[in-house]
Design a protein around this ligand. Structure first.
Ligand code: GDP
Ligand code: MG
Length: 688
């Protein structure tokens, strides 16, 4: 790879609601830029970026594949992101390393529930965006309705810079408002050749009108243009481009473009806009992290001459090799250099640096700040790790993932499958930080938990198809939690003869409800000298892992603080074993004596439906303990918003399909945990 000015690099993501046309658009990006030699279509199962078998089958995009291509004098590092809400974590981790994004909307459906979710995630990561309103060839498509929704629903200032010439069947091309022209795309070459023509008479008024609005909106939002505008000075193409770039980077406006990717209309102007208006790594502020030697903050500027640092945002475990995708935030790297994994403290030799175009990785000798690369053959690297110059370590903040809400049991079919299952699980878990695994103490079964039914279904298919593990999977179940409703204390004692040693320890704890905290907090309030300092961490650890391992009903405890109040022990060689065991016993005692409640995951629910099915859908929701908060028209459909216990929503996609003849869509997102109703609580059995 030749070194190139960093200001020509775009680390780019495409984000959208499922089916808006992300894969279709990406295929054109790669084809027009010369990166691929044919256009793979989603409906043929041939798309380059969707390379896993299960993705092909489902026709949806699950994992983020990364690829590099060139457009004009720009290098684009593209990360494909999924649209399904079960995979928010995948979106999160790509947003973490992106500098800018193209958001794709379906010109008929407009702003859909998950476009909103992803939009707000991108807000959180302060990612500048462009919008592409796609599928304008479809019957019922309406570009300006979609622009209106971007304004009203997403709360953004949309600025159309490319608008459709005609709509639906009459879509003949697109109109450029910045440098006024009609752009038409040649069918023979699949849109690769296109022509800019003077705006024809029938579109002239339309273009003038919208260009005037473009200038007004920009003058409203961008100071440099406001000055020109107010002084009534002539405003040229370059002034508009400068203002569009300024406004986009500041996120005070979002440029909007139009097209129909499947018909090869309007895609190249999107690429032009990416290069013109989206940020380069240099436009990003220095990346902030922690200096592991002092615990204070540290930062790295996006420059090749700064110490090396990179953030691993994804690990992909193929059956042959494991790839760690990383964004290099600073410094320069040569193949064969060593770096420190700051989380583990281990040294890693970075032998193979890859640029990745779907499955065909091409090794390179160097990489530097702003690059997105994959490392092959690292010893031990997980999603969220920081790799850094050994002499100048820095630790970037890991991505925080939501709690798991659904679990499923897995059992090897034969003893021979057992080892294979363990090995495959280890790999998949390293790759997917939203997947958790535990062993049920009572049954010895392995329990996998994840973000939703679809998520676990995909994990299961991978294990069977890609890794050929012989295993039986149980039915997906809700992941419950437990908490304490009132403070309680607990005492535990351990007393046993071990060979010639008499082991004895007693532990006293208090447990307090912490409704506002997600996790378990464990603190010591022991008096000075009550325990040797070295024994305290072990006891606290024992309490924490006890809480995680499951409470009265076997579900992990959350929202509590456990306070270590007292400790006594016999000073023998193995006092620590006795103390840790006594701590575990103290927690069990508190569980038996306390008021334990079972919590269930409550999901945020959104349903979009044509009006005629609303009655049937509402009636059906009624039997599912759903709480409907809002029902309103958005465009031509009704949007129902509310919350519902996850336990009531298994298989809902089938139900909703039959209630609405396949016309309604829904999304579920984790919202909260709430106590289960008493009648339901009575059906769980106690372990203690
Ligand atoms: P993704 O889920 O966002 O990756 O969307 P896909 O690219 O898989 O597209 C979903 C479906 O919409 C596929 O059947 C595409 O062929 C179709 N599609 C994509 N773009 C267009 C378009 O511009 N016009 C029409 N009519 N269909 C499109
Ligand atoms: Mg796709």
């Amino acid at each position: 790879m030749a070194t190139r000015p960093l200001d020509r690099v775009r680390n780019l993501g495409i984000i959208a609601h499922i089916d808006a046309g992300k894969t279709t658009t990406t295929e054109r990006f790669l084809y027009y830029s010369g990166k691929s030699h044919r256009i793979g279509e989603v409906h043929d199962g041939q798309a380059v970026m969707d390379f896993r078998d299960d993705e092909r089958e489902r026709g949806i995009t699950i994992s983020s594949a990364a690829t590099t291509f060139y457009w004009n004098d720009c290098e684009l590092n593209l990360i494909d992101t999924p649209g399904h809400v079960d995979f928010t974590a995948e979106v999160e981790r790509s947003l973490r390393v992106l500098d800018g994004a193209v958001v794709i909307f379906d010109g008929v459906e407009g702003v859909e529930p998950q476009s909103e979710t992803v939009w707000h995630q991108a807000d959180r990561y302060e990612v500048p965006r462009l919008c592409f309103v796609n599928k304008l060839d479809r019957l019922g498509a309406d570009y300006f309705r979609c622009v209106g929704q971007i304004r009203d629903v997403l709360g953004m200032v949309p600025v159309p810079i490319v608008v459709p010439a005609g709509q639906g069947e009459d879509l003949e091309g697109v109109l450029d408002l910045v440098a006024p022209a009609l752009i038409v795309f040649d069918r023979e070459s699949l849109g690769e050749r296109y022509e800019r023509r003077p705006v024809p008479a029938e579109h002239r008024r339309f273009v003038d009108e919208h260009r005037r609005r473009l200038i007004e909106e920009l003058a409203n939002q961008v100071e440099s243009l406001a000055a020109l505008y107010l002084e009534d000075r002539p405003i040229g193409e370059e002034d508009l481009r400068r203002a569009l770039r300024e406004g986009t980077l500041a996120r005070s406006i979002t440029p909007v473009l139009a097209g129909a990717a499947l018909r090869n209309i309007g895609v190249q102007p999107v690429l032009d806009a990416v290069c013109r208006y989206l940020p380069s790594p240099l436009d990003a502020p220095p990346e902030r992290g922690v200096d592991p030697s002092t615990g204070g903050t540290a930062e790295r500027p996006p420059r090749p001459d700064a110490p090396f640092s990179a953030y691993v945002f994804k690990v992909v475990a193929g059956s042959a090799t494991e790839l760690c995708y990383a964004r290099i935030y600073s410094g320069r790297l040569e193949a064969g250099m060593t770096a420190k994994n700051v989380r583990t403290g281990e040294r890693e030799r970075l032998r193979r640096i890859l640029r990745v175009h779907a499955q065909q990785g091409a090794p390179v000798e160097t990489a530097e700040a702003g690059d997105i690369v994959a490392f092959a053959g690292l010893k031990n690297c997980a999603t969220g790790d920081t790799l850094a110059d050994e002499r100048h370590p820095i630790l970037y903040e890991p991505i925080r993932f939501p709690d798991t809400v659904v679990s499923v049991s897995v059992e090897p079919k034969t003893t021979a499958d057992r080892d294979k299952l363990a090995e495959v699980l280890r790999r998949i878990l390293r790759e997917d930080p939203t997947l958790h695994h535990a062993v049920d103490e009572d049954t010895g079964q392995t329990i996998l938990s994840g973000m939703g039914e679809l998520h676990l279904d995909i994990v299961k298919n991978r294990m069977i198809r890609e890794f050929h593990v012989g295993a039986n999977f149980g039915k997906p179940r809700v992941s419950y939690r437990e908490a304490f409703a009132e403070p309680v204390s607990g005492r535990g004692e351990f007393d046993r003869l071990l060979g010639s040693q008499h082991l004895h320890a007693e532990i006293e704890i208090g447990v307090e409800p912490q409704p506002d905290r997600r996790k378990v907090e464990v603190v010591s309030r022991l008096r000075e000298g009550e325990l040797p300092g070295s024994a305290v961490p072990g006891v606290l650890e024992s309490l924490a892992s006890g809480a995680e391992g499951g409470g009265l009903y076997g579900f992990p405890l959350i929202r509590i603080r456990i306070v270590l109040l007292g400790a006594r022990y016999a000073e023998t060689g193995s006092a620590e074993i006795a103390l840790n065991a006594a701590a575990a016993a103290a927690l069990r005692d508190a569980l038996r004596r306390g008021k334990v409640v079972i919590l269930e995951p409550i999901m945020r629910l959104e349903i979009r439906t044509p009006e005629e099915y609303l009655g049937a859908i509402m009636k059906n929701l009624h039997g599912r303990r759903a709480l409907v908060e809002d029902t309103r028209f958005v465009g031509s459909v009704i949007v129902v918003r509310g919350s519902v216990p996850l336990a009531e929503m298994f298989g809902y996609s089938t139900t909703l399909r039959s209630l609405s003849q396949g016309r309604a869509v829904f999304s579920l997102e984790p919202l909260d945990y709430r106590p289960v109703p008493d009648t339901l609580a009575a059906t769980f059995s106690r372990r203690l």
